[in-house]
Write a new protein. Sequence first.
Length: 556
Amino acid sequence: MVKIAYLGPEGTYAEQVAIKYFGKSKRMAYSSVEEVFRATASKEADLGLVPLENIIQGPITETLDTLLKYERKLKIVDSIIIPIQHALGALPNAKIKRIMSKDQALKQCLGYINKNYKNAELVEMSSTAKAIKEISDRNLLDSAAIGGEFAIEKYGLEIIDKNIGNIKENKTKFAILGNYIPERTGEDTTSIMIYPHRDKIGLLEDIVKTISKKYKINMSNIHSRPDTKGGVRFYIDLEGHIKDARIKNCIKTLKKEIEEADIKLLGSYPRKSFIETKIKTISIIGGRGKMGQWLKDFFEEAKYNVLISGRKTPLTYKQCIKKSDVVIVNVPIKNTEEVIEKIGSYFKKGQLIVDNTSIKTQAVDKMLKSVSKDVEVLGMHTIFGPKVEKIYGQNVAFVHTSKSGERSREFENIFYKFGASIRKTDCEEHDKQMALHQNLEHFKNIVFAETIRKMFKNPAKLGDFSSPNSKNSLITMGRILSSKPEMLSEIQKYNKQSPEMIRTFLDTANKIGKGLIRHNTKKFEKSIEESIDYFGKNWIRKMVLESNKIQEKLLK
């Protein structure tokens, strides 16, 4: 039978965790966090159970400090998150002058205390159950204790008020202590402590840059604790397992880059989050194309279950939707409305439908009309192609609707987490922007290509006379010509804001061009001057720098 050491006495939240998650284990109560560590390290117990972090108050500093003290003998091997519903208990007919509990519990209930017992003395105890037991053992009629209802009733006190925390969704994460590193699960946390010994300007920035920028590792948690010499220790949770090459190499680099620093491994264990995700399975309708495959790879790398449905897949649209939390419609523009209308009745309460098309007005409107009111609706446009390797720095536009809710925000946050530049917009603004960046861009390059065809017999010689600017134009033209004509024409056909954009372009080109044909450059020069004023010198300078970077890459 496994022996579990926990922060006692009987009746603590820690004991409730041990009962719930370890069943018929032998439970051993200890009077302090340090005693739990000592008992586990000395093998009096097989595993230890201590509070690690609270959603309101943050880390349990006593646990962090003791983790460091015992880091050679013990690691965090797992964690458990439980809801905490503090209650206030006292003996019958008590006249409350003081409130006793663990320091964290007192802080978590300060709103209630200040409102109802603002003159009461606050007394810190080693645990919530210890405070309750103290009142019972000593028959304290001038005291109340904050703790779990189970402990209050166990020690014969009366419950005065229930669920008195500062927030009603209070939760605490408990660490399970052991003397081993568990195997990888694919969704792990590695906890480390970095102790630089000496402070310097930019120290934390250097640490974060190495972790986040160089190795692209997400930090899910970071806390600092002062030492006794004026320095600071950093406790950091990294997403990944210590056996992952990225995590291992990142820690090696940190040891080299931070002079004299101690870096300690506190554990590598299955990842648990205070906020339970609602999205587990994402399906992609039209997922067999290149962009669909890109999305599939992206979501699978982010540890989501991904289903694919199309015209030639084993899963039908209906079967796919039934098994999913989120359904992405990723079909050609000409088929988008038809597909949405066809599948709309398959959605149930709590699901999310998302379109991924470059035109939002028709698709979003069709989604809103085709699904029931308790289904979430979100518009999305990944403004890049499937040749992009990573989403970091890429633009993704989102249109939140009257039916967008928690799942929509959670879905958007997946892209944000992995470094996408999120653009929140509405249908009209999105489609107007796309009329410029897609419709007009494609149109002027197709006209550019036809002009070249009419003026030059041999396109192979164009590069011999190109400037850096014109070379970029030729590259853009070539990239657009590599697309399927029907796809380019669909974008032109279905974006309702395209005609006005192209008409304005043609009118402007005609007005300036007529002058140049007659060797009159006044309108040409005036247009340049007005554009400089409109865009501003800072913006123009920024574009020049971006152009220089592109040209430098081409030279390499």
